[in-house]
Design a protein around this ligand. Structure first.
Ligand SMILES: Cc1cc2nc3c(=O)[nH]c(=O)nc-3n(C[C@H](O)[C@H](O)[C@H](O)COP(=O)(O)O)c2cc1C
Length: 435
């Protein structure tokens, strides 16, 4: 969970800031809102106060009843608190929507309102999401201001193209979707957290760390199943379980409650997970059946045998003449889970593909199995995938988004996969709330 300060400016899109706050709080962040005077003409304080559960500030001279505390924090006992206490305590400052006026002021170093003063005083990363009509966005002054902001290290989430506020108006200038703004914010927060860890500032548990899966119940399957042939032999695969274990570890760090169902792992499960060891596809199916209903997210990273011997010999087969073994198909576990998931549950599949247009095959599996996303890798590439410490994947989500990650460590890949899971989860949470 991170502390996000949101500055709201005076434009039509101010109402969309409420959606952004809802999405951010649904992901476990604590949010405080400050508004420009003009923004009050578009959306009142009460809306943000209701969603954040905290007072909204507009004027630099007004006292903050919460004394700079973010929701979930006890208010400090000491007073007086500076009007800049909120920005001093935040992990990121986001201005959305940012008007042309406020962008210009920040680019010029003006500090004539709480929103602009906070920007000047802010040591945390700043993200601005402009919204205005197309002529204002394309004006040379605005373009120069945006270029200046980028140069100052401020992250700009550009407006999108579409219908604008005035009747019949179409063009570039719409506020980026709240989910997109949140994804950028979380990317910035994650980057900041990593730099702080690299600088030795934190043990990974500081207040600013991204705990966007706090309380989310995640099942990760890992390793490779083994299907017995006789008393000592089996048909299996080379999966070590490292990718699944990295996912479990990364999910734990983001605050999730993790169940790791491990099939014949070659590595230790991380401390803190509920570990369920299994051997065969059937064992895995039972373990999933028992736990699936209570899960919010299932990450099916295990390499599950597609076939099993139709006959299993009780004794050890003795050396002798050639032996024909008939294989029968196993159940498609991930497709089965996707078919019976409840609204809000996410089922993410993994596809270890061998060469060719592996992304096209993965897209087809995503569609056929009705998954929320699929993570595909090409195991014919040397140095990645099975048994290796690194991986390179393409993650395809049901909304068509495709993201390539790596080659990099499996923990880095796991982080990127969980970024996408958090994004998908925010959208299902929003959808179920608006029903
Ligand atoms: C109905 C209406 C809609 C407006 N919408 C926008 C807008 O979307 N973007 C923008 O930059 N300015 C917009 N403006 C102009 C701003 O409100 C104006 O520049 C104001 O000074 C911004 O103040 P602030 O930056 O302190 O919030 C709008 C004005 C009106 C009257």
């Amino acid at each position: 969970m991170a502390r996000i300060l949101l500055g709201v400016c005076g434009g039509i899109a101010a109402y969309k800031a409420a959606e952004l706050v809802r999405a951010a709080t649904a992901r476990g962040h604590s949010v405080r809102v400050i508004q420009t005077e003009t923004s009050l003409r578009f959306v009142g304080r009460a809306t943000f106060e209701a969603i954040t559960g905290a007072p909204v500030l507009v004027d630099e001279f007004e006292q903050d009843p919460a004394r700079g505390a973010f929701p979930g924090e006890p208010p400090p006992t000491h007073a007086p608190i500076s009007h800049l206490e909120l920005v001093a305590r935040c992990d990121a400052y986001c201005i959305a929507p940012a008007t042309a006026n406020t962008l210009a002021k920040i680019a010029g170093g003006h500090a004539d309102s709480l929103v602009t003063t906070a920007a000047l005083a802010c040591r945390a990363p700043i993200v601005v999401a402009p919204a205005m009509n197309e002529a204002m966005w394309l004006a040379a002054q605005t373009r120069a201001n945006v270029a200046r902001l980028r140069k100052l290290g401020i992250r700009v989430v550009p407006p999108a193209e579409g219908r604008l506020a005035s009747p019949g108006e179409w063009g570039v200038g719409r506020l980026a979707e709240p989910e997109r703004i949140l994804a950028v914010l979380e990317e910035v927060l994650e980057h900041r957290e990593r730099s702080r860890v690299a600088d030795g500032e934190s043990g990974g548990a500081i207040a600013g760390s991204v705990r966007d899966l706090a309380g989310v119940r995640v099942i990760v399957t890992a390793g490779g199943t083994r299907e017995p042939l006789d008393a000592v032999r089996f048909i299996g695969n080379r999966s070590s379980g490292r990718m699944g274990v990295a996912l479990a570890e990364a999910a734990l760090r983001r605050g999730a409650q993790v169940t790791l169902i491990g099939a014949n792992l070659a590595v230790d499960p991380p401390a803190g997970v509920d570990y369920v060891p299994v051997v065969t596809v059937e064992d895995l199916a039972h373990a999933l059946d028992e736990r699936f209903a209570a899960a919010d997210v299932v990450l099916m990273a295990a390499a599950v045998s597609d076939f099993r011997p139709a006959r299993v010999w009780d004794d050890k087969l003795e050396r002798g003449n050639s032996l024909a073994v008939e294989l029968e198909p196993t159940e498609d576990l991930v497709a089965g889970l996707a078919a019976r998931r409840r609204p809000g549950q996410l089922v993410i599949g993994f596809a270890a593909e061998h060469g060719g247009d592996f992304v096209a095959r993965a897209r087809e599996k995503l569609r056929r199995k009705r998954l929320d996303a699929i993570v595909a890798n090409d195991v014919s590439q040397p140095g990645i995938g099975f048994e290796s410490a690194d991986n390179a994947v393409v993650m395809i989500s049901r909304d068509g988004r495709e993201r390539s990650v790596g080659p990099t460590s499996k923990l880095e890949v796991a982080r990127a996969i969980l970024d996408e899971v958090a994004r998908l989860r925010a959208s299902v949470v929003l959808q179920s709330e608006s029903r």
